[in-house]
Design a protein around this ligand. Sequence first.
Ligand code: ADP
Ligand code: ZN
Length: 432
Amino acid sequence: MYFHDAETLERNKLEDLQVERLKETIGLAANSPYYSELFKKNNISADSIKTIDDVKKLPFTTKEDLRSQYPYGLLTRSLDDFVRLHASSGTTGTPTAVFYTQKDLDTWADLMARSMYAVGLRKSDVLQNMSGYGLFTGGLGIHYGSERLGCLTVPAGAGNTKRQIKLIRDYSVTALHIIPSFALYFAAKVRDEGFDPADMPWNVALIGAEPHTEHTRRKIEEMLCIKAYNSYGLSEMNGPGVAFECKEQDGMHVWEDSFIAEIIDPETGEHVEDGQIGELVMTTLTREGMPIIRYRTRDLTRFIPGQCKCGRTSRRIDRIMGRADDMLILKGVNIYPMQIEKIIMGIPEVGENYLIELVKEGLMDQIKIKVEIKEEHFVEDMRALQGIQKKIASMLRDEILITPRVELVQHNSIPKTEGKAVRVVDLRGDED
Ligand code: ADP
Ligand code: ZN
């Protein structure tokens, strides 16, 4: 029950394939202005690679390198050979652009189709793509993968919940592609519109593009009466379809015949021990137009040791904890937004959304967390609400070691951004 033979290749065969493709990739990359110079400087050629471990000899490529080469510095061919470009959403600064030849688009669509197949989708499914189209890869990337699998594909785009619901009902949509933060909002909206999610035609949601916790996934599953599968990707590695959960929901399989994944200590650049958390580094193995070598994703995760019950032999990464850049340092303590989400979304009274605000109180930095509370609790008396507030603050204290200010707010009162959720706002500069 696999889409492609590569999914179950024995490890040594898979590694042989990776070595072969890495050599090819180095050969191709040497045609780009950026890598040709870098390889010359560091005396690197395809011959530098004998075993998969030799990938460590290659230099890293960072987001800054891509920016400095914007837009064409990594292209291996003349512009005539390219048929599409995408650009990252620029969450952390200036965007970077990625270019695809027709062959690159075909490879990507195959990987996407494989990912969807792994969670049980088949050509009889009807998939509604609820992420924004345009430069963001979650639109066209998912779209072409779904068509490649043979699913009837509804290119709904982002937003407009009422219309989304109508399309889903009219066309008996069985699968959704939806960003997790929007999924929670959408689930609440479906109920507000008077529909019972259990009566909706959907079975499967593909959720990805932004960090979210296991609690959030479970909440999405319960609220929508759906099975939700985590999907990881980034524009620099095509977009979605880099690593995907299978039906076991126990980590995301990296499609290792197309990518080399490494996890390094972000300080030293050395590989961490298996199972330890570090920064994910990715190399393309099947991209001809714009290969990227040892890309520092800034995403923090770990390899899940052992083999998956599904029989696929590729390694799995754990859900992304966040980006290295997301780390907040407050009162000398390092805090990741996902630590906060992990606690908040596990509390039964909490609704669908939250926002972390960094504020100044006097001279001190303080962390304030706005938490939407389910409607039925908002009508409770003051004392009950204070009880909830205290509970959240003390549970957060146990996790992040400082006591945040917690403000309970009403269902739907935190503005919902289209696309990736903004979880943290820094209001410290505004006060003086
Ligand atoms: P940008 O870097 O501007 O957001 P992309 O659209 O390429 O541009 O987004 C890729 C990033 O999105 C990844 O590096 C990662 O931080 C995040 N991301 C994608 N999928 C997931 C996921 N399933 N879980 C957590 N984070 C994810
Ligand atoms: Zn599996």
